[in-house]
Design a protein around this ligand. Sequence first.
Ligand SMILES: [Zn+2]
Length: 414
Amino acid sequence: MEFNLFTFVFLFAILTSVLALLWLNFRQDKAINNSYNSVPEGFSESIKLEDHQKAGNYTKAKLLLNHFEIIFSTIILLVWTIGGGMNWLDIYWSQKITNPILMGTTFIISITMISSFIDLPFSIYRTFILEHKFGFNRMTIKTFIGDFFIDIAQGLIFMVPLIYAVLYLMGLEAIRDFWWIYVWILFSFFILTMMWIYPTFIATWKNKFKPLENEALRSRITGLLDRTGFKSDGIYVMDGSKRSSHGNAYFTGIGKNKRIVFFDTLLKGMEDKEIEAILAHELGHFHYKHNRQRIFSSLTFFFVSFALLGYLINQVWFYNGLGISKPSSHTALILFSFALPVFSFFITPIGNLISRKHEFQADAFAASHTDANDLISSLIKLYKENSSSLSPDKYYSAFHDSHPSAVLRIERLQ
Ligand SMILES: [Zn+2]
């Protein structure tokens, strides 16, 4: 194997991102320690020191796990690429399967399968040790194993035809040089279809959805929908308690296929008016078309990415630099999907910055259609029940957080 300049660029990008991530974690850990013995200003009445310290310990435990994940996943990435893992698998399958599209599909699927088994110890630790220790886990071993196989089944059912079709287009003589535009169209169509069928079909594989029964809450919600001019395909309660005691709510789907979903764990601790405020926040995202903007920007990102892949696929240095000896469509695809996050890592703060701006807008929308105090009290409950830290480090938060801290959101609402 001949490594080249690109190998060093790749290694340098990995090293920089790992150091940046560890440094941010270190800062976050320090920020938690510094505020450990006092509840942030303005929260002393609503949050007990005991709860605040629990949130601190929970955050620190998650950071420690994340340290290991960062280092471990980097080692795995290196083993796959310049370590020769992928190259070995490529040679292995090419000796067994002669049809190039079938061979390429098998190659990609086997890599994703192996990766999900490699991740397994981390999700076991997270669920049964970390979440369990802080009293959040509700998942039984049976549910855990069931989920694992559902994920694999979903992967096979949806990914195999998609990868097969993509590799078919990549090898088509008639659209040579422009295959990436066709692949992008197919890919976009696939994503939009998945979003459309998610609420009524895919989500039901793992969870049960029941129409909301609470009459008083139903009429409150219908009133809010009328006032804000929204239509939904139904209001549902999801059995989130089957897995975790963390609560959440979402408004999902596209087009006419929209659903309002509340986790049963959220409904338990909240008053009706607080739930209404949370829903108003979700509607705010739709009102300002945040969801549509997000879809549009990811499709644009994919367009640029596929164009770049259209160039890289013909560059031998791209393959050799990342440990592949024999260029092909399927190795280009998988190398690209492994290498892209290493470089796009540096733009993640931009996405989160926009997301935090959207959260403030949605909060403002909720405040103008419901009582701001209801949203404030629901936020405090949410932060308390999810044990989120109230005093994150500002750099850590700027980089990682898609939601502003509770302190900032409540300050604005007041
Ligand atoms: Zn939001």
